[in-house]
Design a binder for this molecule. Structure first.
Ligand code: SF4
Length: 332
């Protein structure tokens, strides 16, 4: 039997899992994931990770703990830069080292470095290196890489249609699921800004997206916006763009949505202890102040975030936006 590769369902999982799965399936490697976050996974992560880490990193630790006895090796790439312009948060860069030096009894870690600033073929080279780890020849890796790129494009198309990453992954597995192909009926439309691994992890976001849906609110996120539209926002009025990939994308989405997004309100989900967010939050708040006609709220999550508190704040906010829209229906 071939090697089983463990991929934690956290952080870049929400962005690249369809690509990784297609690639590894094509080279004959069996993939196992840690599935959705549970309280036990979060507790394990909180126990094992550094106390001052942000909750997404703690959660990643928990997902690794969940997987470590179910696979023969772990996939924790050192993702530095994928677009040649911005880099990932320093926690991503040090992730394989943090995991390796904090947790005992782990299987081998595939921690290939991916840095698009090192040349046009650097991403492909990284996957050739991964292929060589499994003893797979160059031609098979090339074919797998091309196939995975096509899968990623299809995934992105589904996100642009308004699905969230989990829905898009489900739809790719089961295209006959008509329910997923249809946008939900809603009388309010909110932009939800934040990092994909916080927003779409229903456990740490305390089910934010489903709560909104149940309150009759449709949601637009950074992932649903065409990347070309985001690229047109340039530096969002700043002398230079933000360094960090996700923060740069979220600021561009905020800039676009406040100016042209035609949304009824904007919510920003931020993680306690996030370094990049200490800067990003400020810029989003300044943008929100310039557009006082669009209600804005920041929600901060950490490992102690409670369901009741989040629900109360959301319900109050949605009620306020709904009443405001009833009084002035022409807004947005
Ligand atoms: S960007 Fe913030 S939330 Fe994301 S990993 Fe880095 S510190 Fe954590």
């Amino acid at each position: 039997m071939g090697k089983r590769l463990g991929i934690p369902s956290a952080l870049l999982y929400y962005v690249y899992y369809p690509f990784w799965l297609a690639f590894f399936n094509e080279i004959g490697v069996q993939v196992v994931t840690s599935k959705g976050t549970t309280k036990s996974i979060l507790d394990k992560g909180v126990r094992e990770a550094l106390a001052d880490a942000c909750v997404p990193i703690k959660l990643f630790f928990g997902h690794v703990m969940e997987l470590k006895n179910k696979c023969d090796c772990l996939f924790i790439p050192r993702v530095v830069c994928l677009n040649g312009k911005t880099i990932y948060c320093p926690k991503f860069l040090g992730l394989p080292d943090m995991i390796r030096h904090s947790l005992d009894g782990l299987p081998p870690i595939i921690d290939v470095r991916i840095d698009a600033r090192q040349g046009r073929l650097s991403k492909l080279k990284a996957f050739l290196e991964i292929g060589s780890y499994f003893g797979v020849g160059r031609n098979i890796v090339l074919k797998a890489y091309c196939k995975a790129m096509l899968v990623l494009r299809r995934y992105h198309r589904l996100l642009r249609k308004g699905l969230n990453p989990l829905e898009a992954m489900e739809y790719m597995e089961n295209p006959n699921n008509k329910k997923l192909a249809l946008p939900p009926k809603a009388n309010l439309k909110f932009a939800v800004l934040g990092y994909p691994y916080s927003i779409y992890d229903s456990f740490i976001s305390v089910n934010l997206l489903d709560k909104l849906k149940n309150m009759g609110v449709s949601v637009l996120t950074t992932e649903n916006i065409n990347p070309l539209v985001l690229a047109w926002q340039k530096n969002c009025g700043l002398p230079k763009r933000l360094f960090w990939t996700f923060s740069d994308a979220v600021l561009k989405a905020a800039y676009y949505l406040f100016r042209r997004g035609r949304v009824d309100a904007v919510l920003h989900l931020t993680a306690f202890g996030c370094g990049p967010d200490s800067i990003l939050n400020k810029f989003i708040e300044l943008e929100a102040k310039q557009h006082g006609d669009i209600p804005f709220m920041t929600l901060m999550i950490d490992e102690h975030t409670g369901e009741a508190g989040m629900t109360t704040r959301l319900e109050a906010f949605v009620d306020m936006v709904r009443r405001r829209k009833e009084v002035s229906p022409c807004q947005n």
